[in-house]
Each structure stands twice: as structure tokens, then as C-alpha cells.
Design a protein around this ligand. Structure first.
Ligand SMILES: Cc1ncc(COP(=O)(O)O)c(C=O)c1O
Length: 392
């Protein structure tokens, strides 16, 4: 049979308890009611059964927000659902321009560029900056797959520093002193661990070493900072990427940077140039998401309050990675055990996907609990009680 590896790779995946399957999920309010009801937004319906959802990236609880839905409809009416072209042909609309302006003001950055996905934006930046072998990239060991792929697909020399280890980063930078083109890259909040990068230290090292700092703020945007502006609330970041598909509850991504890099990407980034611009209706809706994320500080406070309660209620013997974010990683270790705990929780009406290799390192399979602004005290108490029973 042609492409024989397909069968054998799948068989191996099953043997290792790493097999993945698509599950068709509906958010609670759509599935069980025809009206928007905030109390149902933390539920998910799978095969007709409703679960409390602790695996969502809807950190601020903005998904299905009536103002965002209304803006989406208005955006569709004014600009259409589709850009109908790449940005440089005729796909760049007023909705995109207005969204970019909003992001620049929010993050205090001169320029911003929109992409259809965070994955694409990461490929774009590393491929563009890694044009030649005299570019050097220094990536945190736990950087997202799309950063790693982008870096290794480029012509740059790539080094990975131990997770959040500034000394290791500094020693790698010292060895590459002769290179004029150095980029330090990390996630702002790490997607599978939930912990934050040492943003101030990274910015300081970048300044001393005349390097640029790139942060993927996919899990920081909306959640970190008094106005949800992410890592830019901590230090000046040369280039920030964040997706719209998590706390901002739409879809797509942005790269915020200076004028020179913006001009370069518009002219040379293949991922930007040869791709249809994001839906103008979605861009319009995202602008409303950002306004809500900026002004509704209570959503960030609620995440903090509920997270503190959760940690407090968990049995002391359970290992959780400390964090200021929405993501709380409970390390289980073995794939099979992580799946078993996740299945047990499902029986209690809790949806908590087990995260296994290769997404995380071997022997570090985990439950990635996300606490969102649409959870309540009762949900958290129930979650902690079920996890304590399932693990201890
Ligand atoms: C850290 C990080 N970067 C990039 C992405 C990709 O973003 P998108 O979903 O918009 O492609 C994700 C997750 O999806 C992520 O967790």
C-alpha cells in the first residue's frame, strides 16, 4: 500500500495511549437553549451530555457575548464575511485597518499586521527574520510548536535555552556575540504549563545583547495586565504576537512591531502576502472583543479569585505548576494514568482533556485546567472535590 507509514504510525499512537480523536462539541447555550444565558457559557455538550468545561481557552468568558455577536453581524452587513482577496490585492478593508489601530493603541506599538492564525503568524515572523544563516534565534525550550517549526524552517541558526533559564540564554547569546541579528523568543504565558516567562529579565538581556525580543502572547493577551494588554504591561517587547482565538473569543492573530519590520513583512512575508486576509466581519467583531477585554477588569479579577480558591481546595499532595494565568497544569506523568483520570472526571460531568506527548514531554502528561471568567465558586469547589477524589 502507498504511504504505508500512515497505518503503522496510527497503530503506534494507539499503543502508546497517545491516540487523538475529533470530538464534536457544542457550547452549552447553543446546545440546550435558544437564548444567550451567561450561566451556561462554561458548559459543553458532547454526545448529548452536558459537562462543566475546564479545557476551554475562552479565558475571559467572552465567547457568545451579545455585543461581539452583534458586531459580527454588523461587520458582515458592512464589509462582508469574506475579504475575497489577499491583503495586498483588495482584501484589506476598513474593518482590518480599524482593528489594527485599536491593537496599536492598546499595546502602545507603532504598527500591527493581521494573520488568519497564530500558527501562520509564527511561521511568518521566523521565516521572514531567518532569511539568512547570520540570523540567530534563541527559543525557550517550551516554545509553541509553530514557533519551533517556523524557526527550523528558516535559514537561521536556532538554539533552544532551558525553560525560563536566563543564565542559559545569556551563555548562548555570549557564544553568538558576532551575529548582528539575534532574536530571543518565548511565550508570555506558556500554553501547557501556565507559568509566565521572566519578561523583565528577557527584555533586559535583549537590551544588553542588542537582540530583539519576540513574545508569543497567545495565552497572555486579555488575561495579563490591567487592561489585558499582556506582556507589554511588564516590559517593552520588540515584537508581540497574539491570537484572537483564545481570550478574545474570535479567530485570527496579530503581530505588533515597529514601522520597519511592518514594511518588511508586507513586502516579503510569504505567509502574509499569499494568504486571504482575515474575515472583515470577524475583524470588526474582534475590535469589540478588545474593547470589552480592556474595560471589563472584573473578568481578570474573577480568574484570579477562582484560581486562588482552586489551589486552596486542592489536596496538598497534588502537584500544580504555580501561575498568575488561567492555566493550571496538574502533572500526572504517565499517559495512561492521565487518560484514566480524565475519564473518571468525565463520569462526574467535568470535561478536562488529558494532555500527552508529544504536546508535552514524555512522563509529564497532565490535566490542563483552565479557569475562566464564566466559571463560578460552585464550579471550582466541585472541580477540586472531584480531582482530589480522582487523584489522591
Ligand atoms: C502559544 C501558542 N501560539 C500559537 C498558537 C496558534 O494560534 P492559532 O490557534 O491562532 O493558530 C497557539 C494555539 O493555538 C498557542 O497556544
Amino acid at each position: 500500500m502507498a504511504f504505508d507509514f500512515i497505518r503503522s504510525d496510527i497503530a503506534e499512537q494507539k499503543n502508546k495511549s497517545r491516540y487523538r480523536q475529533l470530538i464534536c462539541a457544542q457550547t452549552g447555550n447553543y446546545a440546550v437553549k435558544s437564548v444567550i444565558n451567561d450561566n451556561e457559557n462554561n458548559k459543553i455538550v458532547i454526545n448529548g451530555k452536558s459537562y462543566l468545561n475546564f479545557s476551554s481557552n475562552d479565558y475571559l468568558g467572552l465567547n457568545n457575548h451579545p455585543e461581539i455577536n452583534k458586531a459580527l453581524q454588523q461587520g458582515a452587513d458592512r464589509f462582508g464575511t469574506c475579504a475575497s482577496s489577499s491583503s495586498l490585492v483588495t482584501g484589506y478593508h476598513y474593518a482590518h485597518q480599524a482593528l489594527e489601530a485599536e491593537i496599536c493603541q492598546w499595546l502602545n506599538k507603532p504598527k500591527c499586521l493581521l494573520f488568519s492564525s497564530g500558527f501562520g503568524a509564527n511561521l511568518a515572523i521566523f521565516n521572514a527574520l531567518g532569511k539568512n544563516s547570520d540570523s540567530h534565534f534563541f527559543l525557550d525550550k517550551l516554545s509553541h510548536a509553530s514557533m519551533i517549526d517556523g524557526a527550523y524552517q528558516s535559514k537561521a541558526t536556532v538554539k533552544r535555552f532551558s525553560h525560563n533559564n536566563i543564565e542559559h540564554l545569556s551563555s548562548l547569546l555570549t557564544n553568538a556575540k558576532i551575529s548582528p541579528n539575534k532574536l530571543i523568543a518565548s511565550e508570555g504565558v506558556f500554553s501547557m504549563d501556565g507559568c509566565q516567562a521572566n519578561v523583565s529579565d528577557l527584555a533586559q538581556v535583549a537590551k544588553v545583547e542588542k537582540s530583539w525580543l519576540y513574545l508569543d502572547d497567545a495565552h497572555s493577551i486579555g488575561v495579563i495586565g490591567n487592561q489585558g494588554e499582556g506582556s507589554n504591561s511588564i516590559a517593552n517587547i520588540d515584537i508581540t504576537m497574539a491570537t484572537f482565538g483564545k481570550a478574545l473569543a474570535t479567530s485570527g492573530a496579530f503581530l505588533a512591531c515597529d514601522e520597519n519590520l511592518h514594511e518588511y513583512l508586507v513586502n516579503f512575508s510569504r505567509h502574509y502576502i499569499y494568504s486571504t486576509a482575515i474575515s472583515p466581519a470577524l475583524a470588526w467583531a474582534t475590535k469589540t472583543s478588545i474593547l470589552l477585554a480592556q474595560k471589563e477588569q472584573w473578568r481578570r479579577e474573577k480568574i484570579k479569585e477562582l484560581s486562588a480558591l482552586f489551589i486552596d481546595l486542592l489536596d496538598d499532595s497534588i502537584e500544580v505548576i504555580p501561575t498568575q494565568s488561567s492555566i493550571h497544569a496538574i502533572i500526572i506523568g504517565d499517559e495512561e494514568k492521565a487518560l484514566a483520570v480524565s475519564d473518571l472526571l468525565k463520569k462526574q460531568g467535568i470535561w478536562l482533556t488529558a494532555i500527552r506527548p508529544p504536546t508535552v514531554a514524555v512522563n509529564s502528561s497532565r490535566l490542563r485546567v483552565t479557569i475562566c471568567a464564566n466559571h463560578n465558586t460552585q464550579d471550582i469547589k466541585y472541580l477540586a472535590e472531584c480531582i482530589n477524589k480522582a487523584i489522591v
